[in-house]
Design a protein. Structure first.
Lengths: 173, 301, 456
């Protein structure tokens, strides 16, 4: 139990470091490129014959993708983010002592309190996928910041698109 | 346009009461006049019988004198006396006949007079109906009436002479008739003239009234949060040229903000557009304004 | 006899005719009666004369002395109310300081209806005596019974020098009330959030309170996590707000004077959008402890929580009707965010907004006849005013990046957050559309204004 916790912490720290070293948009593109392969379980098994290292690096890439983007006034998880969310779910399922926080965010436009509601709805969408893929409810905490914590400052659609997001963060429980 | 021109009543209480009284008296007289004029028999009964009896009495005294003489002459010439008596009787008869004749003539005169009176009353009533237009006619009538009165006074002094009276009355009637005809004719002419002039005057008044109204409304800042049913009544005095000399709040709206906004608007509109002709301007010396904030002019910003 | 009566008759006739003539000839000299039913809708022209004992021109400086300049503050207050057209101080060439000896013609020619004059003189250590008169420059002429006096207000105060600006706001309130018939809001305050973002540092969040015009700010809370949704208690003594200081949302109530605060709710998920009931005994809030955001009421004496709305929509931003019997709220139960009203007695819900696909952040005007809201049209967010009886719907702002409308307690103005010069600022629009103005910029992004109730 303790071993596992330490392992998890180390892994999370490593993943966090990896996450910091590359931009989230690049990770998103990577996720999308591998999306179809990851989505099909047969493809995963085939890849297994090619070598453990490559699989683990692909897995690592997916686990590093912890920011999921949304359209305006929408809380539907984008298809391209599904493999990454599912990867997090599998990790949570495999590591019952791992805990995460989902932080829902919106762009700055519109009502701030409605945006808090919208951010929470985005949290809920991600949570649903996690739960369907083996994560447990007590592993997940949700908080919605609405428009209060923009990832990118600016008032262009590009900036807005980067702010409509759910951030998944591992935390100590 | 919703402005109107009317008579201000409050400061004419006395004349108004007078007018009502005069009307009442007039109406009473119109009716009593008719009553007096119609029953001509009353006038016939009068007949001046006293005068006529008196005339006869003088004749009888003569007759008695004659009789006394005859008695004193020891009843001489009784036949002559009888003849004389017959003659006297005839004389008396003739006198009576003359009297009757005179009476008939008088009757006729009276009837004419009554008729005239009746006619006059009718015409007066007719005239009263058109009184608003009868300024000049009344003046003429007044003149002729005064003349007639004078004539009547002269006639009264000749009370004893019935013929003169009758003549006088006939002349009077005719004069009256002529005067009335002339008056009526002139009244008709005057009526048309005054109507035309009144219309012209009213047109000018209306034109300037509209300009005044607009001039003030364009400067009247309706206060915020005001009750649209309230109104302020102002009395405005103007100097020739339209300069606002004085604005008095005659009836407050109850909200001093509305009263003040109305006053300020009038002062700001000074000088107000008024006719330059002095007689025309007289109509604009005092303006009674009622300001009621029903709506907002939609042009300006 | 007969002749005499006849003559009398004739005389009467003549007299009556003359009387008629007299009566009918009267109109030619009569007064004209006119009825005026329309006027203009315009700001009242007023001049605020620099007070004797103070600088005559304090408009272009931001010093403390300038802030304490009474005439300058009154000018600013009245101008920004939208109800007044304040004469440019530069064009004032006469400087009376009392109603005595006023040259009325001068002020009439200057085009003003009313003037404010006053005097400031020392009155002991650190104190000053301030007097002022409000004068109707058309009021001096005869007014007749029921007419107005030229002196509309005349008062005298002894205050601390540091209170001069507050006193100026108070005088503005008196002038405003006298001339518009409504209570002024110049002594009210505003609560808002400031976000300070410095390169390389986490943003700082501040809950502040200032005068309604942005002056004299005081920090009530400083946090490195977001603060949201300040809401005034009806007595103006407390503020409720949302803080994320513990990395999740909680609702607190803070005493404005002392800064002491207490936690009200800390449920899992959303704790948001607090709104005080008109009697100050309840808070309407948004909690998502039931799965999704719903409106609840909390009895502040017992902490008893009652759910008001149900369903799977986002229900948020409750706002009490002035009578306390219903709440406005934002909900996307119809597919997009719109304004709804819930009757607290029977739970019945009615949709209130029908213009466009996005309406939110609604609140009642003090008379309950109108609601102000955030309205999206195309890609632009503006503040709109909807009349509940006539159904008229007017945009009050046009900047396109507007948020968080909050109405002044007299209903005459709406404050909102917008962007200007690359930062978040507060701005004010009069509800009649006459005036738009920005509050002085702060060091940071200013957002979520909340206008206080009347404070005195």
């Amino acid at each position: 139990m303790k071993k596992k916790l330490i392992y998890t912490t180390v892994l999370v720290a490593a993943l966090g470091l990896a996450g910091c070293s590359s931009t989230s948009s690049k990770l998103g593109q990577a996720g999308s490129a591998n999306g179809n392969g990851a989505h099909s379980s047969g493809a995963g098994q085939l890849a297994g014959f090619k070598g453990v290292d490559k699989l683990s690096s692909q897995q690592r890439k997916l686990l590093n993708d912890r920011t999921y983007y949304f359209a305006f006034d929408s809380s539907i998880v984008d298809q391209k983010d599904m493999p990454a969310v599912e990867a997090q779910a599998r990790y949570l399922a495999a590591n019952p002592n791992a805990h995460i926080v989902l932080e829902g965010n919106t762009d700055e436009r519109g009502s701030r309190e409605y945006n808090v509601g919208l951010g929470e709805r985005r949290d809920n969408s991600v949570e649903q996928i996690l739960l369907m893929n083996g994560a447990r409810k007590n592993q997940i905490k949700k908080v919605s910041y609405g428009a209060e914590k923009p990832a990118v400052l600016g008032h262009s659609e590009t900036a807005y698109a980067k702010n409509r997001r759910v951030e998944l963060a591992y935390r100590n429980h | 346009m919703s402005f109107s021109v009317e008579t201000k009543t409050s400061s004419y209480k006395l004349p108004l009461i007078l007018a009502i009284m005069v009307h009442a008296i007039l109406i009473w007289f119109i009716f009593t006049n008719v009553e007096l004029a119609v029953p001509t028999p009353v006038a016939q009964k009068r007949q001046k019988p006293v005068d006529i009896v008196k005339a006869v009495a003088v004749n009888q005294a003569q007759v008695e004198d004659e009789i006394a003489k005859i008695k004193a002459g020891q009843q001489q010439k009784q036949q002559r006396q009888a003849a004389q008596q017959r003659k006297l009787q005839k004389l008396a008869q003739q006198a009576a006949q003359a009297r009757a004749k005179e009476q008939a003539r008088l009757k006729q005169l009276k009837a004419e007079q009554a008729k005239l009176q009746k006619l006059q009353a009718q015409k007066q009533r007719a005239a009263e109906k058109r009184l608003a237009d009868l300024k000049k006619r009344q003046a003429a009538q007044q003149q002729s009436l005064a003349k007639l009165e004078k004539q009547q006074a002269v006639a009264a002094t000749e009370n004893a002479k019935q013929e003169a009276l009758a003549k006088q009355q006939a002349a009077q009637a005719q004069q009256k008739k002529i005067a009335q005809q002339e008056a009526a004719k002139q009244a008709a002419e005057d009526k048309a003239a005054t109507q035309a002039r009144a219309q012209e005057l009213q047109g000018v008044v209306n034109k300037y009234a509209v300009m005044i109204k607009q001039s003030i409304e364009q400067r009247w800042i309706i206060p915020d949060n005001i009750n649209k049913d309230m109104s302020t009544k102002l009395q405005v005095r103007l100097a020739p040229g339209g300069t606002v000399v004085d604005v008095r709040v005659i009836t407050s709206s109850g909200d001093t903000r509305l009263d003040r906004s109305a006053r300020a608007a009038v002062f700001k509109a000074s000088p107000l557009p008024v006719p330059s002709e002095p007689q025309m301007f007289d109509r604009f010396r005092v303006l009674n304004l009622t300001l009621r904030p029903e709506g907002v002019l939609t042009s300006s910003t | 006899m007969i002749r005499q009566s006849k003559r009398f008759l004739q005389r009467c006739a003549v007299l009556s005719l003359l009387t008629y003539l007299f009566l009918f000839s009267v109109p030619s000299q009569a007064e004209l009666n006119l009825e005026l039913t329309k006027g203009i809708d315009r700001a009242l022209p007023i001049a605020v004369v620099p007070f004797a004992g103070q600088a005559r021109d304090a408009s272009n400086s931001d010093t403390k002395q300038a802030q304490q300049n009474i005439a300058a503050t009154i000018q600013s207050d009245l101008q920004h109310s939208g109800r007044f057209k304040v004469t440019d101080p530069q064009s004032i060439k006469r400087f009376p300081h009392t109603a005595d000896g006023i040259n009325y013609r001068y002020w009439q020619k200057l085009g003003v209806d009313d003037i404010v004059v006053g005097n400031v003189e020392p009155a002991g250590i650190g104190k000053v005596k301030v007097s002022f008169d409000l004068i109707d420059v058309y009021g001096k002429a005869k007014t007749g019974p029921g007419g107005s006096n030229y002196l509309l207000a005349s008062k005298e105060f002894v205050v601390k020098k540091s209170d001069l600006r507050r006193l100026a706001h108070h005088i503005s309130d008196i002038v405003y009330k006298e001339l518009t018939g409504k209570a002024g809001i110049f002594s009210t305050r505003v609560a808002y959030i400031v976000v300070q973002r410095t390169q390389g540092k986490p943003p700082q969040y501040l809950l502040e309170v200032s005068d309604f015009d942005g002056y004299d700010p005081h920090v009530l809370l400083h946090s490195d996590q977001p603060i949201m949704s300040p809401a005034w208690s009806p007595d103006g003594k407390e503020l409720a707000y949302v803080s994320f200081e513990k990395k999740h949302a909680e609702i607190y109530v803070v005493d404005v004077a002392s800064g002491k605060r207490r936690l009200v709710t800390s449920y899992p998920g959303i704790n948001g959008a607090p709104a005080w009931s008109p009697n100050g005994k309840q808070l309407a809030v948004v909690l998502s402890k039931g799965g999704n955001p719903r409106i609840y009421t909390i009895d502040l004496a017992t902490n008893k929580v009652t759910v008001v709305t149900r369903g799977w929509s986002i229900d948020t931003e409750p706002s009490w009707a002035p009578d306390g019997k219903s709440l406005l709220f934002t909900s996307d139960r119809g597919g997009s965010p719109q304004i709804y009203r819930v009757n607290l007695a029977n739970g019945k819900i009615a949709r209130m907004s029908f213009n466009g696909s996005y309406n939110a952040s609604a609140s009642f005007a003090p008379d309950g006849q109108e609601i102000v809201m955030l309205h999206k049209n195309g890609g632009l967010f503006n503040v709109a005013l909807q009349n509940l009886h006539t159904g008229t719907f007017n945009l009050l702002t046009n900047l396109g990046q507007d948020q968080s409308p909050t109405m002044a307690p007299n209903g005459s103005m709406v404050m909102y957050a917008t962007r200007f010069g690359g930062r978040g600022v507060l701005a004010v629009a009069s509800t009649d559309g006459r005036v738009q103005m920005r509050l002085p910029a702060r060091n940071g992004d200013v957002q979520e204004p909340a206008w206080s109730p009347f404070l005195s």
